[in-house]
Design a protein around this ligand. Sequence first.
Ligand code: PMP
Ligand code: GLN
Length: 389
Amino acid sequence: MQITSKLPSVGTTIFTTMSQLALEYKAINLGQGFPDFNPDPALIEAVHQAMLDGINQYPAMAGYPALRAAIASKTLARYGRRYNVDTEITVTSGATEALMASFQAFVHAGDEVIVIEPFYDLYIPAIELAGGIPVTVPMAAPSESVPYYRVDWERVEKAITNKTRMLVINFPHNPTCTLLQPQDLDALEQIVEKHPLIILSDEVYEHLTFDQKEHLSLATRPRLAERAVIVSSFGKTFHATGWKVGYCCAPAILSTEIRKVHQYTVFTVPSPLQAGLAAYMQDPATWERLPAFYQEKRDHLHQGLQNTRFTPMPSEGTFFLLASYENISELSELDFAKHLNQNYGVGAIPVSAFYLEPNSAQANHRLLRFCFAKQHNTLDQAIERLKKV
Ligand code: PMP
Ligand code: GLN
């Protein structure tokens, strides 16, 4: 049979590829981002209780009402914006579905969508599937004077044409582990004042920020929130990536269109998971304690790597950190990640995989991404192996 692929250049994601390699070589997997520990027993209990209580049939299409109310309270408490529970909050099958539904809902054939590079792998194929044209704008790479990745907003603005429909941003940023600064939001405000864009803001790591720095959600700025779809994930927040429950908050005019897609892709998301999350989230400590919890893990891995020939970089947020191997090898990032996996038994993700041209020189800075959402024992074993490199 002759098939014309809609996504001819898509293969298996780097996350799956590296996890499979890790299994094959019995490596400690610090690659794909997922915790190696369970969610809080109280959350598991709450989901179990919801099942016993008979919350097992289709919940409301837009999400179990108590969960939407809990999301509204959290967003108000955290960012000062009041989203309408009935019309502006939608529970989705992971952040993935919220992102995909947003692209399907707003990107028309031939529309341009600006994506900041490096980017999470889903954005480009999702834009293409909607018939859109991805336009990438590179982040400024770390230099001696400014030693961290940052968005060059002037370049972003220059990339805008009369076909630009949407701008995608992702902070806390996977994979560079950077946060938005107030001046980034100022620059964004100036851009949207001049250009009628929708901003798709992937904020799945919103609660994973360190050193007393807070995530600056687009929800904190009314002029941005008015035109933004803000996406989050309970997988990241509550250590349950396999449950695939996420959500998006957006003005009613945008949410209505997203729901049209959501209604016919999954219709709704497992009811006991939603009810359990709603009950569990009544206590704000459940998300307020995350920065301290993860900062300890970040510091543990950072300190451990300082006793190896890798050079860890600062991580302001997410559950990842980048480390340079420039003192070790001249291999490309992908080849070095495979080498590390096969010969030293540690899995990591090449940062080049987050670029349009992973094999190019611009994508290869001899950096690997390590996930520290692991028990200390796992991190210690990985560090022991990395010391041998
Ligand atoms: N966006 C980013 C930046 C991510 O790292 C992830 C994690 N896989 C997702 C979206 C998808 O989240 P979920 O697993 O909730 O679909
Ligand atoms: N977001 C996860 C990461 O960056 C991977 C999710 C996936 O495997 N699709 O590692």
